[in-house]
Design a protein around this ligand. Structure first.
Ligand code: BG6
Length: 484
């Protein structure tokens, strides 16, 4: 029996460019979707409302240089503090650092003749700095930061031309970082598209007659792009490993009624497995064809698309795991609570964090077994954690036993899954340093081991302080998970 983490287990943390970098208009970078999303302090924390992004909002944002209203434009200034921040990750002993490259920096006009050298120099520096500390860089090629120009000029991923534009971008970064980066993720949480089409696909909902069909068409283009990117990455460097990624929406039947079990199966299929099946097995699954028929969805699939999807599947299954939900055939009377991207039915057996996200460590073990059984490929946990409210004490310490407790319980369950026989190769905890929240654009929702002195309105010194959990994670890595 496997008794724990392998010696080469990849412990680390994950950030995204659009929540950390700031410098939104420096060195020729152009705007992205998250930079036109306003901070809305009146948001009810326990309800997940997707902000509908439309062309009007984009126009308004383009004429407004404000970085208070639009917090992701300032991030935590990682563009200028990467050295200091990476040194802190190295001090914790990270073996891997997951970060994303901003497409809108590399190709500011979407179809530029040449990539932006200044942008690439920044990513050269980040990657070289990681290598200096023996941290393997793991790069997400697209993390929720659709360039606005690609929406204005092409209509986002609905347009098939995006496949070639994406591949040009991939070719630039695969070639430039050949021998330096060997772990790549094609699209962050590709399954978020169905609920957040603007953020992930750049397809705006402006009252089109069949918006859902447009989203699935955009997704088809992403599946083709992911397969072609996998082919290209292997051609450029045979050591490259390309991952698929979903946010796993683990779900349980509300009762043992067979109808609730059916509801659970349907949710699992169309919220999670559809994406992983295509990216890892290389086929549109039978249940998706039925779903398309029932929902009046007809995809334009060109000759050769299905073959390329079949031939170039992902090397590993990447997933984020934040919370679980329940499925019910008769959910009308059930209480709702917030979840990642959409509200979910509340599970009476689980506690929640301040934002209503349900805390379910055992669900992680369940999910890892479920996913491994289906794909039999190595699994990389690319995100896991929870948002908490932290207090910076007068002596600049932060006592965060709740974060340690959350992570400890999840890592324990990951270890049990490994003992069950699941091949988990790495764990990049989400948000080792506080960042702007993806869903709410606030700073108050903190994930980090490192506190950033900045409030929701950008006030503060932006200085970094180590929380208690910093030392806890450092020791965990040092003992390779033996001391939790
Ligand atoms: C994941 C995203 O879905 O959830 C991250 O990949 C995000 O970008 C994380 O930050 C946590 O969500 P939030 O809304 O609490 O920042």
């Amino acid at each position: 029996m496997n008794k724990g983490f392998s010696e080469d287990f990849l412990w680390g943390g994950a950030l995204s460019a659009c929540q950390a970098e700031g410098a939104y208009n420096e060195d020729e970078k152009t705007l992205t979707i998250p930079e036109v999303m306003k901070f809305n302090p009146k948001n009810d924390r326990k309800v997940t409302k997707q902000i509908q992004i439309n062309m009007e909002m984009i126009k308004e944002a383009k004429n407004d240089p404000d970085t208070i209203k639009y917090p992701k434009r300032r991030g935590i200034d990682f563009y200028h503090t990467y050295k200091e921040d990476l040194a802190l990750f190295a001090e914790m002993g990270f073996k891997v650092f997951r970060y994303s490259i901003a497409w809108a920096r590399v190709f500011p006009n979407g179809n530029d003749k040449k990539p932006n050298e200044k942008a690439l120099e920044f990513y050269d520096n980040v990657i070289d700095e990681c290598l200096k500390y023996n941290m393997k860089p793991l790069i997400t090629i697209s993390h929720f930061d659709m360039p606005i120009v690609l929406i204005e000029k092409y209509g986002g991923w609905y347009n098939r031309e995006l496949i070639d534009l994406y591949l040009r971008y991939c070719e630039v970064i695969f070639s430039r970082y050949r021998g330096k980066v060997n772990y790549w993720v094609t699209f962050n949480e590709i399954n978020m598209s169905v609920k957040a089409g603007a953020k992930t696909l750049g397809i705006l909902n402006e009252g089109q007659s069949n918006y859902e069909e447009m989203l699935f068409q955009g997704l088809h283009h992403q599946f083709v792009a992911a397969a072609k990117a996998t082919k290209l990455a292997h051609k450029i460097d045979a050591n490259n490993k390309i991952g698929s990624m979903v946010a796993y929406f683990t779900t349980y039947p509300y009762t043992c009624k067979p109808e609730d079990a059916m509801a659970m199966q349907n949710d699992d299929q169309m919220k999670n497995l559809f994406f992983l099946d295509i990216l890892n097995k290389g086929n549109y699954p039978y249940y998706s064809k039925t779903y398309f028929e029932r929902n009046n969805i007809e995809l334009k699939i060109e000759a050769g698309d299905l073959e390329i999807i079949k031939e170039y599947t992902a090397d590993f299954v990447g997933m984020s795991y934040y919370n679980s939900m329940i499925s019910s055939n008769d959910g009308e009377q059930l209480e709702l609570t917030a979840g990642n991207v959409h509200s979910v039915y509340k599970n009476p057996h689980l506690p929640s964090n301040e934002w209503g996200w349900q805390i379910d460590p055992v669900g992680l073990r369940y999910t890892l077994n479920h996913v491994y059984d289906r794909y039999n490929k190595p699994i990389f946990i690319l995100e896991n954690s929870s948002g908490f409210i932290d207090k910076l004490n007068d002596d600049f310490s932060v006592n965060d036993p709740y974060r340690i407790d959350f992570l400890k319980k999840h890592i324990e369950q990951m270890k049990l899954a490994i003992e069950d026989g699941v091949a988990v190769i790495g764990y990049t905890m989400w948000g080792p340093i506080d960042m702007i929240s993806s869903s709410t654009s606030e700073m108050t929702k903190r994930y980090g081991f490192i506190y950033v002195d900045q409030d929701d309105y950008g006030n503060g010194s932006k200085k970094r302080y180590k929380k208690d959990s910093f030392y806890w994670y450092q020791n965990l890595i040092k003992t390779n998970g033996r001391e939790l």
